[in-house]
Design a binder for this molecule. Structure first.
Ligand SMILES: Nc1nc2c(c(=O)[nH]1)N[C@H]1C(S)=C(S)[C@@H](COP(=O)(O)O)O[C@H]1N2
Ligand SMILES: [Mo]
Length: 365
């Protein structure tokens, strides 16, 4: 066989087409066009972090293939004394920081506006699987901006992705990008190149992505190509059009809870079941979780596992259903700021921040 021909074919085989590179087995993921959410029952028995092969993917277009050897992160703008490029090697050689952080789509839970509240919205009909917690390792954005000589009058920071330009309804909005106030950029934001101890996977932003703790997922720009730092406010369609609430900006995530159970899971009657779940908030640690198995008439405390941690809380609850039939399981959490989960989420046309209590159907038989 001609080895040269083989060499030509190999890259075509490894360079998969399609919007997402990694496998999306249907027993672990629900597909939504070019995006995919994890099935919560797949989290049963997992540790604190969502494995890379289960982590949800939200792509505006497609996962690009980027060569780290020629990749550069361009840091520029009028609020920098030394604008400069960073290579992949530069990033790897700088002091590292490791953080457990949740990334969650602002539209996570959106489908419940329609199914629970009778308020259909535009956008991907996520259930609750548009969230994941990973251990991210990389360089603090503040360090890169200091190396580039950020000035005290910096106002906004605009990270831009290298994935293809995004077109909606015939309008080209350009590359995915969304400004962050300089204050947030200099506090706890990471330029991550590792996810759960592995090189950042292509679908999650290889070679480097932003990780913005507590904020809606769209702030965590993947496939970073450039970062502008300006002395004036910056904007993009992702801050002025979509990913905005009618009367306010969209920044921190709200409180949510999910059971590690299949939708319409079947449970034998007359036996004790340990129901497992997780709760999270963009604003602080979860301090209390309650579960109701009677449609919200009565609530009981769930047991939190371990010490409260910022990314999410793991909990369990013992339930012994005696009577067969359909049930709705409810979980609600409260974070350290006192924020909880209401019975109804405030409606907004694009269906962001569904923080109401989700009714999880199960069948006892
Ligand atoms: N460059 C770029 N960054 C992006 C996106 C994108 O499409 N392109 N999607 C954003 C959105 S809306 C979310 S919710 C998160 C999802 O991150 P994940 O795919 O790693 O789970 O990435 C954000 N960063
Ligand atoms: Mo998102």
């Amino acid at each position: 066989m001609d080895l040269c021909t083989l060499g030509d074919i190999a890259p075509l085989v490894t360079n998969r087409s399609g919007p997402i590179h990694k496998p999306l087995p249907p027993d672990r993921y629900i597909r939504h066009g070019g995006s995919a959410e994890m099935r919560w029952e797949s989290m049963r028995g997992q540790g604190y972090h969502v494995p890379n092969d289960l982590f949800f993917v939200r792509n505006h277009t497609v996962t690009p293939t980027i060569d780290a050897r020629t990749w550069r992160l361009r840091v520029h703008g009028d609020a920098l004394r030394h604008p400069r490029d960073f290579t992949y090697e530069d990033l790897l050689s700088l002091p590292t920081t490791t953080l457990d952080v949740a990334i969650e789509c602002a539209g996570n839970g959106r489908s419940f506006f329609a199914t629970q509240q009778g308020e259909p919205t535009e956008g991907t009909p996520w259930r609750l699987g548009g969230i994941g917690v990973a251990r991210w390792r990389g360089v603090r954005l503040s360090l890169l901006l200091e190396l580039a000589g950020i000035t005290p009058d910096a106002v906004d920071v605009l990270p831009v992705g290298l994935d293809p330009e995004y077109t909606e309804d015939g309008v080209n909005h350009g590359h995915v990008r969304r400004p962050l106030p300089a204050g947030k950029a200099m506090t706890d934001v990471l330029v991550a190149y590792e996810m759960n101890g592995e090189q950042l996977p292509p679908d999650h932003g290889f070679p480097a992505r932003l990780v913005v703790p507590g904020w809606v997922g769209v702030a965590s720009i993947k496939w970073l190509g450039s970062i502008e730092v300006a002395t004036r406010p910056l904007e993009s369609p992702w801050s002025t059009g979509f990913y905005r609430l009618p009367d306010s900006e969209l920044t921190a995530q709200v409180v949510k809870s999910a059971f590690e159970l299949a939708w319409e899971a079947r449970l034998p009657a007359g036996r004790q079941h340990i129901l497992h779940g997780r709760s999270w908030s963009g604003q602080g640690r979860i301090v209390r979780v309650e579960v109701s198995t009677d449609g919200g008439e009565t609530w009981q405390r769930a047991h939190l596992r371990g010490r409260p941690s910022a990314a999410w809380a793991m909990w369990h609850f013992a339930w012994c259903p005696r009577t067969p039939g359909p049930y709705k399981l409810l979980a609600r959490a409260v974070d350290e700021t006192g924020a909880g989960q209401p019975a109804r989420a405030p409606y907004n046309p694009r269906g962001y921040l569904f923080g109401a209590i989700v009714e999880h159907p199960v069948i006892v038989e």
